[in-house]
Design a protein. Structure first.
Length: 143
C-alpha cells in the first residue's frame, strides 16, 4: 500500500472525525442503496498494484465531515470481516478510509488470495442504518 498517502488520509479523516458529533449507526440510508465493485471482478486473477473501482447506486458520495442526506464515503475492508455496525469504522491497514470522497484506489497486495469488501460510512465514519455494504469478493494476486 502507499503508506504515506494512507497515513495522510487517515490523519485528515481523524481530524474531521474528532470535530464531528457521533451518532453511532443512526444515519438513515435508502433501502435501495447498493454498494459494489466495478473492478476487479469477484474471482479475478490480477497483478499488484491492483486498481480498485467502487460503485454506488441510489446514494451519493461526500467527504467525511460533510453531512448531506443520502451521502457517505467509502471504506475498503481488506482480508477482514465487517466491523461492528453501530460504531465508527476502525482506521488501519485492513479498514482503509476514503474520507476525501474517492471512488477508486490502487493497492499494493502480496501474491495470494485476498478478500475485499466495501462499507459506506456517514459523515462520522459510522455505517448507515441499514448498513450499505458490498458483497465480499475474492481476488488472487500473482507475480
Amino acid at each position: 500500500m502507499h503508506y504515506r498517502k494512507l497515513l495522510s488520509g487517515l490523519l485528515a479523516g481523524a481530524a474531521v472525525f474528532c470535530a464531528a458529533p457521533i451518532y453511532a449507526g443512526d444515519t438513515p440510508a435508502p433501502k435501495n442503496a447498493e454498494l459494489y465493485f466495478i473492478s476487479p471482478a469477484d474471482g479475478a486473477t490480477v497483478t499488484s498494484p491492483v486498481h480498485v473501482v467502487f460503485g454506488l447506486r441510489n446514494m451519493g458520495v461526500a467527504p467525511a465531515g460533510v453531512q448531506h442526506a443520502n451521502t457517505g464515503h467509502h471504506h475498503l475492508l481488506i482480508d477482514t470481516d465487517l466491523p461492528p455496525l453501530d460504531k465508527p469504522i476502525p482506521a488501519d491497514a485492513r479498514h482503509v478510509h476514503f474520507g476525501g470522497g474517492q471512488t477508486e484506489t490502487t493497492l499494493e497486495l502480496a501474491p495470494g488470495k485476498h478478500t475485499l469488501q466495501l462499507l459506506l460510512g456517514d459523515y462520522t465514519h459510522t455505517p448507515f442504518k441499514p448498513p450499505v455494504v458490498s458483497k465480499k469478493i475474492t481476488i488472487t494476486v500473482v507475480e
